[in-house]
Design a protein around this ligand. Structure first.
Ligand code: CAA
Length: 381
């Protein structure tokens, strides 16, 4: 087993770290406070290849592996978890889904612009009554011959207003349950498609989360992804990879809070010495460092499974379950180490604590990850 990163992976990690420090850190507090989307920063990320990291260069992507993606996600998430989720949805859910299962025409039409950040993508599965229970789709897509007629509402859609391309899950054959679900590429300018109001969120406030409304939207037949009825499997496979991205976001947030707390503990003095020299603080930092390393390894293992075409449903779910749990635990500890300073915005850790919570909710709650993991355990027996 080789724990050594390649030279290219080291370079990507460093490039992401430099970008986060120079471009994302300035203004991150203001963007959080004002719920301001990082438009310019995301454009620059596209220019640097961070929005189509695993896409084949023939389709305008960077052609990197999932391990590199995890490394970049960590560095971006340390500083700005909002930019990280925008990046993650575009990479893991939208680009990957189109590249893996789309037609040649769909790939050529969408991937180059998505990869370069000229446009953004969104993934629309959740509905008011279909979150964890993703098979219960109320959005319908009726086959009208040349096109599908799309009607329904989607909820909690990341990149909801900033995207130009939406992968929308809908029920085509009511009587077939999950086997009657399809996924469609919906362009923002299609008639009958409306964006609902922005959610006012606890964390990741720089990203935009909206509901979407579809009223008699005519979606051309060629915009369906995969065979008729493939939509639910498409969603499950795509989310399995998405969970590696969100797990990386989670331990990245933890890692950001840990680095801040470690630095602070070496500057701040109480009772005549730096607080790091109080065992109560040093032990907290030791626990945090250990948890983050364990989460990092789980993410890298899942990424390696994906890169080597092994099944990553379970390893991705384990990574997300654990990384999101320790993201919560370590950010709470970081705030505690900062004391009163941790409770105010300018020290960043309170934001990271708020950002951490969503990683236990989106792309499948922790309970959903346990369903996926436990089913995998049965299959192994
Ligand atoms: N790969 C391939 N196929 C899969 C699969 C996978 N990973 N998981 C399930 N399937 C298939 C099953 O084999 C089955 O097919 P067959 O009937 O042909 O055998 C079919 O899908 C149905 O599977 P289940 O019976 O297991 O389905 P279920 O109803 O029990 O649900 C679940 C399984 C894991 C709970 C699933 O519903 C799930 O993952 N729910 C959570 C959804 C989710 O993550 N939502 C997040 C929204 S997206 C988001 O948050 C993005 C964002 O904005 C940041």
């Amino acid at each position: 087993m080789d724990f050594q990163l390649t030279e290219e992976q080291e370079m990507i990690k460093q490039a992401a770290r430099d970008f986060a420090q120079s471009e994302l850190l300035p203004g991150v507090i203001e963007r959080d406070e004002l719920q301001k989307f990082p438009t310019d920063q995301i454009k620059k990320m596209g220019g640097l290849g961070f929005l189509g990291m695993m896409v084949d260069p023939n389709y305008g992507g960077s052609g990197m592996d999932t391990v590199s993606y995890v490394l970049a996600m960590e560095e971006i998430s340390k500083i700005d978890a909002s930019s990280a989720v925008i990046m993650s949805v575009n990479n893991s859910l939208v680009c990957w889904g189109i590249e893996e299962y789309g037609t040649e025409e769909q790939k050529q039409k969408y991937l180059p612009r998505l990869s370069k950040g000229e446009i953004l993508g969104a993934f629309a599965l959740s509905e008011p009554e279909a979150g964890s229970d993703a098979t219960r789709q109320h959005t319908t897509a009726v086959d009208m011959g040349d096109f599908y007629l799309l009607n329904g509402t989607k909820n909690w859609i990341t990149n909801g207003n900033s995207a130009s391309v939406y992968l929308v899950v809908a029920q085509t054959h009511q009587d077939k349950g999950h086997k009657g679900i399809n996924v469609f590429i919906v362009d923002r300018d299609m008639q009958g498609f409306e964006i609902g109001p922005k959610e006012n969120k606890l964390g990741i406030r720089g990203s935009d989360t909206h509901s979407l409304m579809f009223t008699d939207v005519k979606v051309p037949k060629e915009n369906r992804i995969g065979e008729d009825g493939f939509g639910f499997k498409f969603a499950m496979k795509t989310l399995a990879g998405g969970r590696i991205g969100i797990a990386s976001q989670a331990f990245g947030i933890a890692s950001g809070a840990y680095e801040l707390a470690l630095n602070y503990s070496q500057e701040r003095k109480t009772f005549g010495k730096e607080i790091f020299n109080h065992q109560a603080i040093a032990f907290k930092l030791a626990d945090m460092a250990t948890q983050i390393q364990a989460a990092r390894f789980l993410c890298l293992k899942a990424a390696w499974d994906k890169d080597t075409r092994k099944n990553y449903d379970q390893s991705g779910a384990m990574a997300k379950l654990y990384a999101s749990r320790i993201a919560m635990e370590t950010t709470i500890e970081a705030v505690q180490i900062f004391g009163g300073y941790g409770y105010v915005k300018e020290y960043h850790v309170e934001r990271l604590m708020r950002d951490a919570k969503i990683t236990q909710i989106y792309e499948g709650t922790s309970e959903i990850q346990k369903i996926v993991i436990s089913r995998g355990l049965q299959q192994q027996n």
